[in-house]
Design a binder for this molecule. Sequence first.
Ligand SMILES: NC(=O)c1ccc[n+]([C@@H]2O[C@H](COP(=O)([O-])OP(=O)(O)OC[C@H]3O[C@@H](n4cnc5c(N)ncnc54)[C@H](OP(=O)(O)O)[C@@H]3O)[C@@H](O)[C@H]2O)c1
Length: 405
Amino acid sequence: MASRQFTKALRSNVARQLAAPTIQRRTFTAALGGIRAGVVPAARAAVAGPAQQIRGVKTIDFAGTKEQVYEREDWPREKLLEYFKNDTLALIGYGSQGHGQGLNLRDNGLNVIVGVRKDGASWKEAVQDGWIPGTNLFDVNEAISKGTIIMNLLSDAAQSETWPAIKPQLTKGKTLYFSHGFSPVFKDLTKVDVPSDVDVILVAPKGSGRTVRSLFREGRGINSSIAVYQDVTGKAEEKAIAMGVAVGSGYLYKTTFEKEVYSDLYGERGCLMGGIHGMFLAQYEVLRERGHSPSEAFNETVEEATQSLYPLIGSHGMDWMYAACSTTARRGAIDWSSRFKDTLKPVFNDLYDAVKDGRETQRSLDYNSQPDYREKYEKEMQEIRDLEIWRAGKAVRGLRPENQK
Ligand SMILES: NC(=O)c1ccc[n+]([C@@H]2O[C@H](COP(=O)([O-])OP(=O)(O)OC[C@H]3O[C@@H](n4cnc5c(N)ncnc54)[C@H](OP(=O)(O)O)[C@@H]3O)[C@@H](O)[C@H]2O)c1
């Protein structure tokens, strides 16, 4: 059990910091160093060294490894408008990313059009968001024919399914843009073999499209990976950076298509979603089997994690969170973390193998290509909603002041 009073005090401090508007034109070092001086200097030094230069690409020392980072400050709006003045950005698909990236591009004043199926849910959503049929909203083929930069933001399974129709329209001089390396990297499975005479670039926001939009509206920007798969013009990397800024990124981290797709599929199955859900369930079930009430099991598994401790890790790092807890909590957590790590590492290695050898890609293609995949997914979500842990969670959340009438 963590030290409640200290945690409570920090929680409100962190909440204030999280709620505070970020200064838009801050420097990268300022952003990384935005913690109270002297509190966790060792952790701060280990996370990132100073930017090596003021403008252009920055080489940043991430805990001893130097990496290149690009930032939005080098691409003010006027420069973006000039850079893309002869381009039509055809954004194909209007799911989470299409929505976020498309609206940000539109607000940035760029010439962006949306292409989706006329009978689909996305068409209706695009109309609701102010895209106008025949003006900047078209069916997929018409949008591609008008575009110079084709942003393929269909679902990954749909990218594979529609490729035979899309490929012939990607004529010389166009640029093909992805937000995930999935389709070209696993081309043996997806059949997405890109034409040899187009630039192929990637901007992969590290978060949901909803966050791409909300951070942009707050005057901030999401972190994104950028990569080049094929550089025909010699300008592909620059184009990827400019596109990254245009869709609403704050900082852009250079990677490869392969590294992006491996790390992304691995992470979402692991600590980001699947792994953490599995761990919540395991801890909750043991507490319930050992006679604890649903509220106690939920509070000790999820509520304290998400409302108190995880935000501390996010704001200031793991050592800060440890420091915010009791000596009893710290001792046990330090001892048990290595046992969990040793137990889970083989599972993570299995997962990485399944990602790299394409099994996870094949599973996703098979499942998400089924005509009734939405209904099947909804059934699985209902099963999750019906689990006692999440029903208990709903009741616990209902007690929060903001959820009480
Ligand atoms: N979501 C994220 O958090 C996230 C984050 C980073 C990167 N990405 C990547 O961004 C890309 C887009 O992902 P997303 O989550 O935004 O979208 P998504 O929900 O996976 O895909 C939705 C879009 O695909 C269209 N679609 C599905 N099947 C189709 C078909 N057979 N023909 C034509 N259109 C079809 C849907 O149109 P209808 O409404 O007409 O069905 C909808 O516009 C993916 O490569 C994904 O990996 C996603």
